[in-house]
Write a protein that binds this ligand. Structure first.
Ligand code: FAD
Length: 319
């Protein structure tokens, strides 16, 4: 049986991101549609490997240096694609995937579909939906030329479907030879300064958006967050204007969060923000505009003015 779908697990610093399991779940569905095999390639050194049971084949690479380095990963993964010759390559639209997807597609004169949020087999054809302008427009394309590299927006598919315990067949591909001509080496992986804040691990997040109006006003929501013993998170404009540091940012170019409760004050709910928080179990929004898109994902909401609501809440919580 041939490999029809290849998922790239882009683990940096040994951690497998959730999106890898999303890609495995969707990859399983697509490879069944092609009646072929699903393969996973481990770029980097992720664990735990027994959670890759959704794949039929597990490729690892020998001769590859540790650490992410775009030119090296492009060449190594190119080697794997040459060996497995899949019809479809799935990679995430993350920091690493954005680097890799276009480079891999051009190596094979293949098709590239970016910002993919859905991919289905329809009557033997692959139909892909991509978001444009941050989700304001959707484009649907039928792909009939392969290989096709799909760069998938994280959060588009369920990840639990891909979390199957099992032992895929293992194959090691020596990529050392191809790396000799790579035009770059990894020197050091530097984590951004987190300022002691980790908004990704908190069960409750109090989040503030541009509706707060000024840096001084942010203190109002910070007091509520403190009273609730929750970290303060924010939308991008709050970060861009220097009202809070970058580690507080939720969204496409910030952190992806999945708290039990997400409280959003003065946040409109732009697609790039929703991308980072829509998987919260309960979303509660406060926005004076009843038509704000945040209310489309919120489980509870109010159109009260945040300047009236927040101090009252802080009082009631006991701040
Ligand atoms: P706005 O859209 O201006 O909304 C403010 C809201 O506050 C309004 O809905 C208003 O009705 C409400 N409001 C005003 N006053 C009050 C009041 N007194 N009480 C209650 N409500 C009030 N954005 C992110 O958040 N995270 C990202 O990671 C991110 N990445 C991006 C990446 C790219 C490539 C691009 C192009 C954009 C990105 N953005 C991101 C920006 C995104 O498109 C939006 O511009 C941003 O999310 C809007 O932030 P906001 O909701 O705080 O502001």
């Amino acid at each position: 049986m041939s490999v029809d779908v290849l998922v790239i697990a882009e683990a940096v610093a040994g951690e497998v991101p959730d999106v890898t399991y999303e890609l495995l779940g969707k990859g399983r569905e697509l490879s069944d549609g092609f009646s072929g095999e699903l393969a996973l390639v481990l770029a980097g050194e992720p664990s735990p490997q027994n959670l890759f049971g959704a794949a039929d084949v597990l490729y690892s690479m020998s001769g590859m240096e540790a650490g992410y380095c775009a030119p090296q990963w492009e060449m190594s993964l190119g080697e794997v694609i040459r060996s497995a010759h899949p019809k479809v390559v799935l990679v995430s639209t993350g920091t690493v995937g954005i680097d890799l997807a276009g480079a891999l597609a051009t190596q094979f004169d293949g098709v590239l579909a970016s910002y993919v949020i859905d991919a289905v087999m329809e009557g033997g054809s692959l139909v892909v939906t991509s978001q444009l302008y941050g989700g304001k427009l959707l484009s649907e394309v039928e792909i009939d030329s392969f290989p096709a590299v799909l760069s998938v927006v994280p959060g588009s598919f369920a990840s639990d479907v891909g979390r199957v315990v099992g032992e895929p067949r293992r194959e090691v591909i020596d990529v050392g030879g191809s790396l000799s001509s790579a035009k770059g080496i990894a020197i050091e992986l530097r984590e951004p300064d987190s300022s002691g804040v980790d908004i990704t691990a908190a069960p409750l997040l109090v989040s503030v958006g541009r509706g707060i109006g000024s840096k001084e006003n942010v203190e109002l929501v910070a007091e509520l967050a403190e009273a609730m013993k929750a970290p303060l998170s924010a939308s991008r404009p709050v970060i861009d204007q220097g009202w809070l540091p970058k580690p507080h940012q939720v969204g496409k170019s910030g952190k992806k969060v999945k708290p039990t409760v997400y409280l959003a004050f003065g946040i409109s709910g732009a697609p790039e923000h929703l991308e980072g928080m829509r998987s919260a179990d309960v979303i509660i929004a406060c926005n004076t505009d009843a038509k704000a898109p945040i209310f489309e994902v919120a489980h509870y909401g109010t159109t009260l003015d945040l300047f009236d609501l927040v101090p009252e809440l802080t009082d009631q919580v006991g701040g």
